[in-house]
Design a binder for this molecule. Structure first.
Ligand SMILES: Nc1nc2c(c(=O)[nH]1)N[C@H]1C(S)=C(S)[C@@H](COP(=O)(O)O)O[C@H]1N2
Ligand SMILES: [Mo]
Length: 226
């Protein structure tokens, strides 16, 4: 097991025990090119699917030992994780101290047990949106599938009933209305990653756009086929 993973897991365990301080990623809390806002803008593809808790399913599969499909009750029966983190959108707004509640990615990973071959995760959402991330970036103490924001259940426009939050990456890496996570042994680009946004999406290095040649956009449907 990687040392970085063990360190993340230890930080997370301290959060679960209620003895941790919020993660500090930089002395300058506002990443380059960002401005602080105190509202919570809505960004989507022009539609906000209505997904009830009864309809909602989260399917985790691919390069894992134990693929699962969680319904709302099974999801809510997993250990609750509450965490406060900063949120950075590539369109240059950031908001500090967002408190999310849900299930830690580390808990979901423990449940499905990624195979050694798993290196990336591809996310699908109910509005057709897709995004992708490296498993190493997800196996961290502040990544979760959230059902609540600042003490209230997520509203429809912010991804109800549940969304992914990956605070250390630009916010497009967190799928609202998430319904599927596919563990892969390779990287497959998601919606914005195919449309010229950076695949690594690191706010601290102003890593907004693809530096190489823009990826080819497929003519039909968002994202690539998996
Ligand atoms: N399903 C889905 N998830 C999504 C998006 C989307 O269009 N569809 N937009 C992304 C982008 S670009 C951002 S900045 C954040 C915005 O979350 P918010 O609308 O709650 O602020 O959601 C991300 N997750
Ligand atoms: Mo965004």
């Amino acid at each position: 097991m990687k040392a970085s993973y063990l360190a993340a897991k230890e930080r997370w365990a301290r959060k679960m025990a209620g003895t941790a301080r919020p993660t500090v990623r930089s002395t300058d809390r506002l990443p380059p090119g960002q401005r602080l806002v105190d509202n919570f803008p809505v960004l989507d593809l022009g539609m906000q699917p209505e997904v009830t808790r009864d309809q909602w399913r989260l399917r985790l599969h691919g390069q894992v030992e134990n693929p699962v499909t969680l319904d709302w009750n099974t999801f809510m029966a997993l250990p609750t994780f509450r965490d406060t983190s900063d949120f950075h959108c590539v369109t240059t707004w950031s908001q500090f101290d967002m408190t999310w509640e849900g299930v830690a990615f580390l808990t979901l990973a423990e449940l499905v047990r990624p195979r050694p071959s798993a290196s990336h995760v591809f996310f699908r959402a109910s509005d057709g949106y897709t995004t992708n991330a490296r498993l190493d970036d997800l196996m961290d103490d502040d990544v979760l599938v959230a059902h609540s924001w600042n003490g209230q259940p997520l509203s429809r426009e912010h991804g109800a009933p549940a969304r992914v939050v990956v605070p250390k990456l630009y916010a497009w890496k967190g799928a609202k209305w998430v319904r599927e996570m596919i563990f892969l042994d390779r990287d497959i680009l998601g919606f914005w990653e195919l449309r010229g946004y950076s695949n690594t999406a690191d706010p601290w290095t102003d890593d907004r756009f693809m530096k190489e040649e823009p990826a080819r956009v497929p003519s039909s449907g968002p994202g690539q086929k998996v």
